[in-house]
Design a protein around this ligand. Structure first.
Ligand SMILES: C[S@@+](CC[C@H](N)C(=O)[O-])C[C@H]1O[C@@H](n2cnc3c(N)ncnc32)[C@H](O)[C@@H]1O
Length: 496
């Protein structure tokens, strides 16, 4: 064999090795994705059991009261029963949502991980080995001082952006194109057990069972901190999709929409301006932007959020189709039990007939990974960040990417506080978190070629119960910045 041939076969072997390594890496990443998604689905499925545990705890406390005190509070046992009905309503919504969800992976893959791996408590929901009545399977303990127990528990207004990242980015192509996806309806199972219409149903000790179809989604017991994230999503539903959230949307979304209209007064149908909404949450803002005539794309990396937004955007048949009880999980700061238990109808609009314009999409994935791609450079006329900047590990990286992917002369509208998501991650010292003051953030934006066109402070809430005695308010920074022309070239020369 000639030297030339030897070189060629060595090069081919190296290429094969590279390809194999890439395939192995992809498989590994996919299996992490599957594990992460399983955990999120499990958190949703665990919701009723975790809520039932809370009610049982209230009942235990009640039973320990002296007789005279019990007599004064004789209405409480009935309240606990009502709480159970509310939990059933919330669970029915969650189960409908999960039924409609089409996982982007074959979720039966890597089942051995579920059976033999660290998810040792993995169960299929209808496993026979547990008493369905009165003995909810114990869920492993609440993670001590975990970021999200603070976030979604007592201080939900303090750290609400807790819907945790998946282990990696969404697989390419997981895009919920609104109005196009209608899967899951043909063989849907009716799981709506309306306990209000069935007063004889014994709801005293059986949290609602998930419907059979969810059996195809193997799940396991997750820490309560994961279930807290489900509760956090429920509060986000009010912010984005209930009439009760209108006031908060007026505070947060309206100023952004007004700015977009002011900067793009002539929006042509043939060539609509494009607008990206990173950290789109449950998608309402991205939808409203689409309705203004922008080619709007929401970007979101939390499956907790994506599963829910996809359901509401794609599956809603009628305004007020579902009733949930979003505020039942906090006994604190209620003016009355009726306030705490009150129902909320969702959604307040029918997304399919809201006036969405061509090209509306939700793109799953980490903002840095998806939009750090060179193909995104100069792609967007406008970028809107609402309660998003402080989710960064490195806010400078976010600003750099926003600058790069905006067109020259493009507009960046931001609203939100600087409640850095990765600040104070006790026990996770290696978690990177660069926490800058507003002054520093604005200086960095100048470096990346932005000029400030408008700046204000706007008082806002975030997923706040409007009838609670506790109302946390942010003095949110609101700005519109324009990317000065030819910035991209000068950034590149600075990088060199
Ligand atoms: C505080 S919430 C705000 C949601 C929405 N913009 C609103 O105002 O209601 C922040 C959102 O950003 C998402 N998020 C956080 N980091 C992200 C990232 N690196 N890429 C994409 N989304 C991210 C979170 O999952 C969460 O839904």
């Amino acid at each position: 064999m000639s030297n030339d041939n030897n070189n060629k076969s060595a090069a081919a072997a190296v290429e094969d090795d590279d390809e194999e390594a890439i395939i192995r890496r992809k498989k590994y990443e996919e299996s992490l994705e599957i594990q992460s998604l399983r955990r999120i689905i499990s958190a949703y499925i665990n919701y009723p059991e975790a809520a039932e545990e809370d009610v049982k705890r209230y009942e235990r406390s009640f039973r320990r009261l002296p007789v005279a005190h019990k007599a004064l509070l004789a209405h409480l046992p009935l309240k606990y029963q009502k709480l159970r009905r509310c939990i059933t309503k919330n669970s029915n919504f969650i189960f409908d949502m999960l039924q409609a969800f089409e996982p982007p992976f074959d979720m039966s893959q890597d089942d051995e991980m579920c059976e033999h791996g660290d998810n040792s408590s993995c169960v299929h929901h209808h496993s026979d080995d547990r008493d369905p009545c009165c003995e909810p399977v114990s869920i492993s303990g609440r993670a001590p001082s975990a970021q999200c127990s603070e976030a979604c528990g007592g201080h939900e207004e303090k750290k609400e952006n807790c819907c945790e990242p998946k282990s990696g980015s969404f697989p390419e192509g997981l895009e919920c194109q609104t109005n196009t996806h209608k899967g899951g309806c043909d063989n849907a199972i009716d799981v709506s057990v309306d306990s209000d219409t069935d007063p004889n149903k014994d709801i005293s000790c059986a949290p609602p069972e998930s419907p059979d179809r969810l059996d195809s989604m193997p799940h396991f017991h997750v820490p309560l901190v994961d279930v807290d994230k489900v509760r956090c999503v429920i509060r986000n539903i009010v912010r984005d999709w209930a009439a009760e959230g209108q006031k908060e949307r007026d505070q947060c979304y309206k100023p952004i929409l007004e700015e977009l209209k002011r900067h793009f007064p002539n929006r042509s149908e043939d060539s609509p301006p494009s607008c990206l909404v990173p950290g789109a949450g449950l998608g309402r803002l991205a939808l409203e932007i689409s309705c203004l005539g922008f080619k709007s794309q929401g970007n979101e990396f939390s499956y907790y959020m994506m599963i829910c937004s996809s359901f509401i955007l794609n599956q809603t048949q009628a305004i007020g189709e579902w009733t949930i009880h979003p505020w039942i999980h906090s006994n604190c700061n209620s003016l009355s039990d009726a306030d705490q238990l009150r129902p909320v109808s969702i959604p307040d609009i029918l997304p399919a007939s809201a006036g969405i314009t061509e090209g509306f999409s939700m793109c799953g994935g980490d903002f840095v990974e998806v939009y750090g791609d060179p193909a995104q450079v100069g792609a967007w006329d406008a970028i809107v960040t609402c309660f998003f900047l402080d989710t960064a590990h490195n806010i400078v990286e976010y600003i750099e990417i926003i600058s790069k992917i905006l067109k020259d002369g493009g507009v960046w509208i931001n609203l939100g506080p600087l409640l850095y998501h990765f600040a104070d991650m006790y026990g996770q010292e290696d978690e990177m978190s660069v926490e800058l003051s507003l002054e520093d953030v604005k200086r960095i934006t100048l470096h990346y070629g932005f000029e400030l066109e408008l700046e204000k402070t706007i008082e806002t809430t975030y997923t706040t119960n409007p009838r609670s005695m506790m109302q946390n308010h942010y003095f949110s920074a609101f700005w519109t910045m324009r990317k000065k022309p030819l910035v991209a070239a000068s950034i590149e020369s600075m990088d060199e």
